[in-house]
Design a protein around this ligand. Structure first.
Ligand SMILES: [Zn+2]
Length: 335
């Protein structure tokens, strides 16, 4: 059913519905629940596809700074509007949307700078509120971006991970003609590589794993020592150390991947004498979703060859094993 509805449902609802629930760090359960009711300003989406990333593995196995339990994980979601809450207008039932995973205040210093991912009130889907590892997910209407007609869910689902890469490239000031070294040839490194190339940068991906290296035409060791921008997309102190030692004068090192508690030592004298910049990148702003969706829909950033596994929601355990073993590329869960 299509059309604009202030409050309504697409069809009769069959309860209960499935969800993945993390009650304690280290484990999850597949449980059933009543179908959620959208509150004021919210919509209920029937999940089309949800993406699994290394962060989900981290959330479930070891926890995360922003995680509040119990929680349904899943911050990469595309779905179809099934019901809308009070006060919602202009969102058609049956409309297909990408969900920006954050809810932001719009008033704090970070929000006013256009960095709502750093909002002091930030509530992230899959961390502070329930995410997309479920048949249905609630989302505020302000987080929705319509998916262009003809763009399949399997490609639109890359909007969130690509958005995070676009934020990193922006913060690293990547532009045409710059040399960019990317450490890590997994899904994030691959998207960073393709998005940097779309900006006209000359890229090299450094990846120690021979299987992954073959997929991305990467390098085992950096082929040059003077990158304008180094981006580390693997949570490895050794990768950060190598990136720092391959940064050109006035170069920028982008801290894209978080690390285990062990620290990396940075020589401030190196930054001083070579006038280098260190910049962190964490998540993405709403506007990056618009840019990412446009890049995918137009084909400027190719993603259709990156899906290695499509699994039912109930096989999350297997999906996490594949992520842990770095055996796949992008893994999608289908409710
Ligand atoms: Zn804010």
């Amino acid at each position: 059913m299509a059309g604009i509805a202030a409050v309504g449902r697409a069809d009769a609802t069959i309860s209960p519905v499935k969800r993945i629930l993390v009650r304690h760090i280290g484990d999850f359960e597949i449980s059933e629940c009543e179908i959620p009711e959208p509150g004021p300003g919210e919509v209920l989406l029937k999940v089309g596809v949800t993406g699994v990333c290394r962060t989900d593995l981290k959330i479930i196995r070891v926890g995360h700074r922003d995680l509040v339990l119990p929680r349904v994980p899943g911050e990469e979601v595309v779905g179809v509007v099934h019901a809308v809450g009070p006060g919602v207008s202009g969102v058609p039932l049956g409309g297909r949307y990408y969900v920006y995973p954050g809810i932001w205040c719009g008033k704090c210093p970070a929000c006013l700078k256009g960095a709502e991912n750093l909002c002091r009130e930030m509530k992230i889907m899959g961390f502070h509120r329930d995410g997309g590892f479920a048949d249905y997910v609630l989302a505020p209407v302000a987080s929705l971006t319509p998916i262009p007609e003809g763009l399949p869910d399997d490609r639109a689902i890359f909007t969130e991970p690509l958005s995070c890469c676009l934020n990193a490239l922006e913060l690293g000031r990547v532009s045409e003609g710059k040399s960019v070294g990317i450490w890590g040839g997994g899904p994030a490194g691959t998207l960073l590589n393709r998005a940097a190339q779309a900006l006209g940068a000359e890229t090299c991906v450094i990846e120690p794993d021979a299987r992954r290296r073959a997929l991305i035409d990467g390098y085992e060791v950096p082929p040059r020592s003077d990158f304008d921008v180094c981006i580390v997309a693997v949570g490895s102190p050794a990768a950060y150390a190598q990136a720092l030692s391959h940064l050109a004068p006035r170069g920028v090192l982008v801290v894209f991947s978080g690390l285990p508690p062990e620290e990396v030592s940075v020589s401030l004298n190196q930054l001083h004498y070579l006038e280098q910049t260190l910049v962190g990148a964490y998540g993405c702003s709403y506007r990056h979703g618009l840019q990412a969706l446009d890049s995918i829909a137009s084909g400027r950033v190719r993603v259709d060859d990156m899906v290695s596994h499509r699994l039912p929601l109930t096989e999350l355990g297997r999906a996490l094993e594949i992520v842990q073993a770095r055996e796949g590329m992008k893994i999608l869960l289908i409710p």
